[in-house]
Design a protein around this ligand. Structure first.
Ligand SMILES: Nc1ncnc2c1ncn2[C@@H]1O[C@H](COP(=O)(O)OP(=O)(O)OP(=O)(O)O)[C@@H](O)[C@H]1O
Length: 488
């Protein structure tokens, strides 16, 4: 029924898609769906839902239609999941008077929801190993019911071992899905991005949006996405943003050493932060307290590392460091026939103006998005797709100041400290050196929670790292990957 309704106050109001006399709670009411997506009920009570924002799906229950809705709460209220969240369930049930009317309502609601471009088929990775090992429970109790309410078909894959998600993504049929969801920490997200980029059809594969549901220790990406619109980092808010299907592009950094590459969407750390992140693994039994506990230990016995960093500053940051004639940066070798995946940005960096900062360093930290973890606002000015990485450098710092800087990480005010240099860079070279106090020992280079390189003679570890503790270079490709994101 397509009618154009004249309004008393305005010249015209949005076209009516369907309007009917129905029962709401056994009382007559008029329910209307308009072309601008308002679903209104006028009867004993007035109700209004916005299809785009509030409605996640609908279902027929006998003679009734249940419109499944989640409404953003304005302070107070309850979350629709287990944990505290920002949405409350507000289903709307009505009963069309005739079977024929019910069918017309179903057709109109379905057509409207289909026009919103929301995902219909998702591949879901659940990492049972991440964080507090509660990803399965989070998925079953909080994520699956919402995705099913939204009538999304799910292929669920529990990850069985490290790099399992990457393996699947590298060879999956991307045309089967409208997105990939990771119920995990950031580790599985990074595997998915790397898997997509290693495919021959990476350009097309990268259009597949990736959704995150926080279920790990490090949930920096989803925290960054939700926090940017004032939502709390919880499974229900994350799931609702996936259902609504908005997307956001995110920069991808290519970290390379010779022909070896790693693609990062979160961060790279060398020095204090990497040492805390990786070495605290041995205290994993402590849960998230391991980080604070080990950070204290590391500050009391503070290490400094020799080395050098070189970078191309973003416009406005040219005053940092000194100009250099030889950047050490090497353009990647031409692609051989065998290397079919993504090889890094096409841009040339070798002849641009490079600047350097020489060590010793306490910490060097590069960030792509603001939050490194749910309680770490590492780079408050970082943007998802500005084509730059935020660089946080700490060369030296009294221990007491350092302790308070670590506390300030929770609100991002550490970047205002006179001991911290905070700038944006387009490309970066790290030349890591040995520890100042024990020159026979070197450090760790960590990217997105993975050890990229371990110093020689420093760590007894059977696992071989991807790269050696030597010069590596980083370039950024603007907005290369796609994420499901709340509307911003
Ligand atoms: N079944 C499994 N057993 C062991 N490791 C796994 C399994 N499934 C996935 N992994 C690995 O777990 C790592 C961490 O995953 P994820 O990011 O989800 O959790 P996290 O809690 O944020 O990580 P971490 O606790 O290491 O900081 C990933 O590198 C992933 O490859």
């Amino acid at each position: 029924m397509e009618v154009y309704v004249m309004d008393h106050d305005q010249q015209s109001s949005p076209a009516v898609i369907i309007t009917d006399l129905v029962f709401v709670d056994d009382v007559y009411a008029v329910v209307t769906l308009t072309a601008d997506g308002e679903l209104r009920s006028v009867g004993q009570e007035r109700r209004q839902l916005t299809m785009k924002k509030d409605v996640i799906g609908f279902v027929v229950e006998g003679k009734q239609i249940r419109v499944k809705a989640v409404v953003e709460r304005g302070g107070g209220g309850i979350c629709c999941g287990e944990s505290d969240g920002d949405f409350t369930r507000k289903d709307f049930v009505f009963e069309p008077l005739y079977e024929d009317a019910k069918n017309r309502w179903c057709y109109s609601l379905r057509r409207y929801l289909d026009s919103l471009g929301r995902p219909k088929r998702l591949l879901v990775f659940v990492n049972p190993f991440g964080g507090k090992k509660s990803a399965n429970k989070i998925f079953v109790k909080e994520v699956k019911p919402l995705l099913e309410d939204a009538d999304i078909q799910l292929d669920v894959q529990e990850t069985k071992y490290q790099l399992h998600a990457k393996e699947i993504v590298r060879s999956m049929d991307v045309s089967k899905y409208d997105g990939i969801v990771c119920v995990s920490g950031d580790g599985v997200l990074v595997e998915v991005v790397n898997g997509l980029l290693e495919r021959e059809d990476w350009r097309n594969a990268l259009k597949l949006p990736i959704g995150m549901v926080p279920a790990g220790t490090g949930n920096g990406m989803i925290k960054s996405l939700l926090d940017s619109v004032g939502l709390r980092c919880c499974a229900s808010s994350a799931t609702i943003s996936i259902i609504r299907g908005h997307k956001r592009s995110v920069d991808v950094a290519t970290i390379s050493q010779g022909t070896t590459k790693f693609f990062s969407v979160l961060m790279l750390a060398w020095g204090l932060v990497a040492d805390i992140d990786i070495e605290s693994e041995k205290f994993r039994w402590m849960g998230s307290a391991r980080i604070d506990f080990y950070a204290l230990q590391r500050i009391l016995c503070l290490r400094q590392y020799n080395g050098r960093i070189l970078f191309i500053p973003a416009p406005g940051f040219e005053s940092y460091g000194q100009l250099v004639s030889n950047s050490l940066y090497k353009e990647p070798p031409p692609i051989s026939d065998k290397e079919l995946g993504y090889q890094g940005p096409d841009a040339k960096f070798e002849d641009l103006e490079w600047r350097e900062i020489k060590g010793p360093f306490v910490s060097v930290w590069l960030h792509n998005v603001p939050w490194g973890a749910e309680n770490t606002l590492a780079a408050p000015d970082a943007k998802f797709s500005d084509g730059f990485l935020d660089l946080v450098v700490l060369k030296t710092c009294p221990k007491l100041v350092l302790l308070s800087l670590l506390r300030q990480l929770s609100d991002g005010t550490h970047v205002h400290s006179p001991y911290v240099s905070y700038l944006k860079v387009k490309a970066f070279v790290l030349e890591p050196g040995a520890r100042v106090d024990e020159p026979d020992k070197e450090g760790i280079i960590d990217s997105d929670g993975e050890v990229l390189a371990r110093g020689r003679k420093t760590y007894k570890c059977d696992q071989k790292a991807l790269m050696s503790y030597d010069k590596l270079q980083i370039t950024v490709d603007q907005g290369l990957a796609t994420l499901f994101s709340p509307e911003y």
